[in-house]
Design a protein around this ligand. Structure first.
Ligand code: PLP
Length: 601
């Protein structure tokens, strides 16, 4: 593959990336023996040393509970916490610190508004406008409140490049619209939404606007007053700060009129068993002991980002985005999802030819030391609109450099080359060729029909099969080799007959598409056998392991086998993501369900 020249503008990158990178100890580490390439900042940014130092310093010298202590330590902790609020207010250009409520993150900020403003203001006939681009955390809280109040949800559609269709937005707006809740930037596609215009239009019909700023605040300056936003939410861990701390900005007038979100200490003025009066802003919305060190860390993160300058950060990331887009687009068979005119540093793609499932892209890149995100990115409605179940996503941060993009592209190119050389279903995905659905069908001579060939027992019991698998895994010295072995098993797994890929056979709880068809072997008592398949080769490999363990075994033996302990023993729990483990657990669950029904057959 030829290396494209980096765009001229990047020769004078606004940011000194080497000095930035030196402040991130984690970027000096390795993954699977290769220098770490971190391209998952949209999920969570890494923390610079100043943030970690601020949190450590707080714990070493200043920690005490806030607001109520009469001693100096508590007063210092209170001061640091309230200074953090003032810092956030300046960062957002809020009119006053009391308009900035500390929460656990964007998700909690949105839930707070949905639960308090939503439940006390919405009624049947009212409408909440969301968009196709939303993260689940800006969908589900509104569904909950819609169910509780009888309000309706309407959805702003997108065009094929992933931009909101503003004409449709205007058509959807009406006096029934009470709130428009959209993201400032899409986490899955990187689209930067025209939020100023969206807000002005919403206000013209009397609706409020909540902006989900999770993917914006680290990438450009935010001014809630200039935007005229009613609510603005963001998370500390997406702006180089700690996890578990976030912010809800709200106009004082609105926050004052909203009921509290949670009850408890620190949010009250006076409590009797008859009634309680609430503390003024911001305490009314901060029940209980807050994440004090998180607020301190967030202050350090904001100061760090501002010391570099959000405009400079934007220039750097935009240059890198252009370069990465150019290089990824040059890989034949790769399709970038989301080509909005205004985009932040997010690249989502699917590999079509050769077809490589996103999960397989992610787990293989991991072996090259490259961290990206795969799946639906908590945007299932968006994935449905795009006609995919998942994408692979690389997202840029201030510390990324040309070399990171090159490492990603080179690893992808090798992976594609490898997949092209594989015979049959491309080392990566079960794409049955025409007629291949009959591969696992055998003739049933007596009835003259074809039936699928279910695998017989691989050993005399699941324990014996497990011992064989464990022996082999022990022989493979590290995770890359074990991963390769699982991928090889996946390649050899015969495709499941298409006729069995029914909705009833689909396993939920997996991010890849998984089908499983289990049955009792005819005439063999409680012997269970099963076929399964997935679009991801890694999952196909796991299916092969499950078949080796369980297919052809008695229901009672399947029930007696401790699958979780076994997966831990061979290291799967350590190396598979939680969603993958959940998917595996969902398959095992299906088998155990059937086994339970027939254990005494
Ligand atoms: N909104 C968007 C656009 C996001 O990208 C995310 C996280 O990825 C969230 C909301 C939820 O953020 P958190 O998990 O920090 O609450």
């Amino acid at each position: 593959m030829t290396t494209l020249p980096f765009p001229a503008a990047a020769d004078q990158l606004a940011v000194d990336v080497s000095s930035v990178r030196n402040q991130f100890p984690i970027l000096q580490t390795e993954a699977h023996g290769r220098p770490l390439v971190y391209l998952d900042s949209a999920a969570s940014t890494q923390q610079p040393e100043v943030v970690m130092d601020a949190v450590r310093d707080y714990h070493r010298h200043h920690h005490a509970n806030i607001h109520r202590g009469v001693y100096q330590l508590s007063q210092t902790a209170t001061r640091l916490y309230e200074e953090a609020r003032a810092r956030v207010a300046r960062f957002l250009n809020a009119a006053e610190p009391a308009e900035c409520i500390f929460t656990r993150g964007t998700t909690e900020s949105i839930n707070l508004v949905a639960s308090t403003w939503g439940r006390s203001n919405l009624q049947p006939g009212d409408e909440i406008l969301l968009s196709t681009l939303e993260h689940h955390s800006n969908i589900v809280p509104w569904q909950l409140v819609a169910q509780a109040t009888g309000a309706q949800i309407r959805v702003i559609p997108i065009n094929d490049v992933g931009e909101l269709r503003l004409d449709d937005y205007r058509r959807l707006l009406s006096p029934r619209t009470r709130l428009v809740a959209v993201n400032h930037v899409s986490n899955a596609l990187g689209t930067i939404n025209p939020v100023r215009e969206i807000i002005a239009e919403a206000h013209s019909v009397g609706a409020l606007v909540l902006l989900d700023g999770a993917q914006w605040v680290a990438h450009g300056p935010t001014d809630v007053q200039a935007l005229d936003a009613d609510f603005y939410a963001f998370s500390g861990h997406k702006i180089y700060g700690p996890t578990g701390i976030g912010v809800l900005y709200g106009r004082r007038r609105l926050l004052d009129a909203m009921p509290p979100y949670q009850g408890g200490g620190d949010m009250i003025e006076q409590v009797t068993f008859a009634e309680t009066s609430y503390a003024p802003l911001p305490n009314k919305f901060e029940a209980g002991t807050p994440h004090i060190s998180g607020a301190v860390g967030l202050t350090a993160a904001i100061e760090w980002v501002e010391s570099i300058g959000l405009e400079r950060i934007a220039v750097h990331e935009q240059s890198l985005l252009r370069y990465a887009t150019q290089r990824l687009s040059a890989i034949p068979g790769l399709e970038i999802k989301g080509n909005a005119r205004r985009k932040s540093g997010v690249l989502s793609w699917v590999m079509l030819d050769p077809a490589i499932a996103s999960l397989d892209i992610g787990t293989q890149l991991d072996l090259y030391g490259v961290c990206i995100r795969t799946g639906h990115h908590c945007c299932q409605p968006l994935m449905e609109r795009l006609g995919v179940t998942s994408t692979a996503r690389a997202s840029l941060g201030l510390y990324n450099r040309v070399d990171d993009v090159d490492r990603l592209v080179e690893a992808l190119a090798e992976m594609v080359e490898h997949a092209r050389q594989k015979p049959g279903p491309v080392g990566t995905r079960a794409v049955p060729a025409a007629g291949a659905e009959h591969l696992s069908l055998v003739s049933n001579a007596t009835e003259g029909v074809t039936v699928p060939r279910y695998p017989a027992a691989a050993a005399e019991s699941p324990e014996a099969a497990a011992a064989d698998i464990a022996d082999l895994f022990a022989f493979l010295p590290d995770w890359p080799m074990r991963h390769q072995h699982i991928m090889d098993l996946g390649e050899k797994l015969p495709p499941m007959p298409e006729v069995l890929k029914t909705a009833a056979n689909q396993v939920h709880g997996c991010q890849s598409i998984v089908h499983i068809a289990a049955r009792l072997r005819p005439g063999a008592g409680d012997v269970i056998e099963f076929l399964a398949d997935s679009d991801a080769n890694l999952v196909r490999g796991l299916i092969a392991l499950l078949q080796q363990l369980f297919s052809g075994q008695r229901a009672s033996s399947i029930l007696a086998f401790d699958t979780e302990a076994f997966f831990a023993q061979i290291g799967l729990d350590q190396h598979l993501s939680m969603s993958r483990r959940n998917g595996l657990a969902a398959m095992v669950q299906r088998l155990r369900q059937l086994a339970r029904q027939h254990a005494n057959a």
